[in-house]
Design a protein around this ligand. Structure first.
Ligand code: LLP
Length: 430
């Protein structure tokens, strides 16, 4: 089990509150670098490309940071591709595997973006536009693993990728458009079982063998990351070595040297970011009830507990000596929504699970940790008209860099068309 990293003390947290107020996401550059280096050290036989799955957290500063370390990008929509290009990423470093093909798909392919067809229809559409070219195939291997059902994207209940039994239909489309399948892609889900990940790697290599032009196997992301202390994290070396052996075995049997791609999102950023918040209020519901800690954040910044009952560490940073005093709190968000709960039980998002935390007072700072992946990127943004929170990068030299400002009310309503003139009340004949 790897020890979960900790960063941000009361002094740094107070400096960040003075700089941009709370709530604010704080990313730690040394931890981002550490994760990137660990991913780049993934065992491989004949070359490795690590793609950062930008859906985890798409801020341009993060994309540039990973680009500088030699990572490429996994995008899941045309918008993500454009966003990465705007951040300065070369299109040839971006690979698109998505549920829909963007309206400007042809232009993106012509710019050099790589594409993995994720359904038979996508493959056919690609072939019509780009006959006699090379393309990748995303395959649903028939099994998946995702920690929760909502994050499992393999197996019969997942719509992602071409069902593994439809290889023949894919071949017909390939033949019709004289395409070459140069890449096989799979992704089984997030936070899944390392054993399933390895099993799928072996099955995917069989698919590579069946497509004679395939040169690359992309095994997606899905490396489990423990957020709470005691949670298991995937050891990349441990799961990667047996897969490397399979690549060598394929080479010995066929002479084919297959390049490996992985595209982690969670692994890269999950534990490298904390959400800094302020305790707004403390209320209780009597002797038989609960004591609630109300934070100035919630599902507007962190949806995962409400969506998946996911567990994130919460640390109160009292401003005074409390001599180790603790109390049980149900931690809730600032939205008018009983589902805006930061401490659900592991089993159910709607069951309150009080946590023992340092005794808090209104005005204390609190950290919610492990929020780098799918938090800033995936939230109930602007619900109750709370503005999008800022993001700050804690640099290696200790400097603070604001990488996203807090949204203003003007920006929130910018795309609303002005209300009609209301001077006259429209008359009705009814
Ligand atoms: N590649 C593909 C094609 C994907 O669809 C994903 C994630 C990844 C890579 C990165 O997977 P990761 O390394 O992060 O497990 N919202 C959920 C996770 C959904 C991930 C969707 N696809 C969560 O909060 O855990």
């Amino acid at each position: 089990m790897t020890e979960r990293p900790r960063f941000l003390n009361l002094k740094q947290a107070s400096a960040i509150r003075d700089l941009v107020a709370t709530p604010v996401y704080v990313y730690d550059e040394p931890l981002l670098r550490r994760q990137a280096n660990a991913a780049l050290a993934f065992p491989h036989a004949f070359g490795l490309t690590v793609r950062y799955a930008m859906k985890a957290s798409p801020n341009a500063a993060l994309l540039r940071f990973f680009d500088g370390l030699g990572l490429h990008i996994d995008a899941s929509s045309g918008y993500e591709v454009h966003r990465a290009v705007r951040a300065g990423i070369a299109p040839w470093k971006i690979s698109l595997s998505g549920q829909e093909m963007p309206a400007d798909f042809a232009g993106l392919v012509e710019s050099g973006m790589e594409f993995n067809a994720c359904s038979l229809r996508q493959l056919d559409d690609y072939g019509k536009g780009f006959p006699e070219t090379s393309v990748g195939l995303r395959i649903n291997p028939g099994i998946g693993s995702g920690g929760t059902k909502k994050t499992n994207v393999g197996g019969p209940s997942a719509s992602f990728g071409i069902w593994h039994e439809y290889a023949e239909q894919a071949r017909e489309i390939v033949a019709k458009h004289r395409l070459r399948i140069v890449r096989i892609h799979t992704h089984i889900g997030s936070g899944g079982d390392p054993e399933v990940w390895q099993r799928v790697a072996a099955m995917s290599l069989n698919q590579v063998e069946a497509f004679e032009h395939a040169e690359v196997l992309n095994l997606g992301g899905g490396f489990k990351v423990g957020r709470m202390s005691g949670d298991e994290s995937t050891d990349l070396q441990r799961i990667g070595e047996p897969v490397r052996a399979l690549f060598l075995d394929l080479y010995q049997r066929t002479g084919r040297k297959i390049h490996l791609e992985i595209e982690p999102g969670t692994y890269m950023v999950a534990n490298a970011c904390s959400l800094l918040t302020t305790v707004q209020d403390i209320v209780d519901t009597g002797e038989e009830g609960y004591r609630f800690l109300k934070l100035d954040t919630g599902m507007t910044e962190l949806l995962r507990p409400s969506l998946y009952a996911s567990q994130h560490p919460i640390v109160v940073l009292p401003r005074r000596e409390i001599d180790g005093a603790t109390a049980n709190y149900v931690v809730v968000g600032h939205c008018c929504e009983s589902g805006d709960l930061m401490t659900p039980s592991r089993e159910a998002w709607d069951t309150l699970a009080p946590r023992r935390l340092a005794e808090a007072r209104v005005g204390d700072l609190a950290l919610i940790e492990g929020v780098g992946a799918y938090c800033s990127a995936m939230s109930a943004k602007n619900y109750n008209s709370f503005p999008e929170a800022p993001e700050v990068l804690l640099r290696e030299d200790g400097q603070l860099q604001v990488i996203r400002r807090r949204q203003t009310l003007e920006q929130m309503v910018a795309n609303e068309t002005p209300p009609p003139e209301t001077d006259e009340i429209p008359s009705s004949n009814c």
